[in-house]
Ligand binder design. Structure first.
Ligand code: SF4
Length: 324
């Protein structure tokens, strides 16, 4: 992992934000791309929003990207480009929660803050036989306080890294190496022969099913797109005109679409953590001179699509039909 052992708070922050809700293997190439294009916080603070969104494209959870930009600007202006060096100031920045603040405070400044990630929760819950979930406020507080109590007053960075690595390498989620483990004699989960029952899982949220009907309006040279502004997934990204319904049946289309003929249809599916998305695409050719579209439409040359940021589902569609 290219961020391992790094003391630069900017790079630690970047890696932690990228790794929220993203697997290491996927996050690594984004981390390398971001640090190459924006080697320091000033570069990121001065970057154009659309350009940063494009680099983030494919990672999902675009709020992270929005907060990344906002925080870079705050640090550039309020802190003159120097990452703040107290837990309190770091925690106040947009998009930074307890975990990320502790990771920056500990790994960059060696401040005594316990970094509690999934690995740490697993190790502690197994050794101490803790039957609490980390996924509610009470459980979070419990694990946070326990981890802090166990941490030595100096070398917090070393301790935090060690317990995280121990969880990743020895006390793994499935098939932990209990026979080689120095805690095997005191580990409650091992004594109970229930290691895989720890940590206690959170209750599964029901999957929300959503059907998006896209109208891919185009003439010979242009596509007509919408920038999403709603407080929902894909905010600030571009998509073809879209109507959401509860089912896959064709929705009632607005007046401006009534006279248009659908030339091709195509469907795609995408699974998010708590949402199952179905995209039903309809390709519609229009005569740009005759057709009056509502004001929110943005005319984009088909050859200039790479200047815009799109959700993964739209990129898949564009690739399928050779727009990209
Ligand atoms: S004995 Fe097994 S379950 Fe317990 S801490 Fe060690 S590796 Fe984890």
């Amino acid at each position: 992992m290219p961020w391992k052992g790094i003391r630069d708070p900017y790079k630690i922050w970047l890696s932690e934000i990228i790794l929220q809700q993203t697997r290491v293997i996927q996050g690594e190439k984004y981390y390398l791309a971001f640090t190459k294009k924006y080697p320091n916080i000033h570069n990121l603070a001065l970057a154009k929003e659309e350009e940063v969104f494009r680099l983030w494209q494919g990672l999902g959870y675009y709020n992270r990207c929005r907060n990344l930009l906002l925080t870079a600007k705050i640090i550039a202006e309020k802190y003159h480009g120097q990452f703040p060096n107290t837990y309190h100031e770091i925690r106040e920045l947009k998009g930074i929660g307890d975990y990320t603040a502790a990771a920056i405070a500990s790994f960059a400044y060696n401040l005594p803050h316990a970094v509690v990630d999934g690995n740490v929760v697993r190790v502690l819950s197994r050794i101490f036989g803790i039957k609490k979930t980390f996924h509610d406020a009470k459980g979070k507080k419990y694990f946070q306080e326990l981890a802090f109590k166990l941490m030595p007053s100096t070398k917090s960075a070393q301790y935090n890294q060690a317990i995280m690595d121990f969880g990743a390498i020895i006390c793994k989620p499935a098939s932990p190496h209990c026979t080689e483990c120095p805690f095997s004699k005191i580990c409650i989960a091992k004594a109970q022969n229930k290691v895989t029952e720890y940590p206690v899982k959170k209750e599964k949220k029901a999957l929300k099913i959503r059907h998006f009907h896209f109208y891919v309006l185009q003439d010979e040279t242009n596509l007509y797109l919408i920038k999403r502004n709603e407080k929902d997934i894909w905010k600030d990204l571009h998509t073809p005109y879209m109507i959401e319904t509860n089912g896959k049946e064709k929705p009632n289309s607005p007046i401006f679409l009534n006279s248009m003929k659908v030339e091709k249809s195509f469907s795609l599916r995408q699974q998010l953590t708590h949402q199952q998305l179905y995209g039903h695409f309809r390709i519609v050719h229009i005569e740009s001179k005759k057709q009056h579209l509502p004001i929110e439409f943005i005319k984009v040359k088909k050859t200039a699509l790479t200047d815009f940021a799109f959700p993964r589902m739209i990129i898949s569609f564009f690739k399928k039909f050779d727009y990209l």
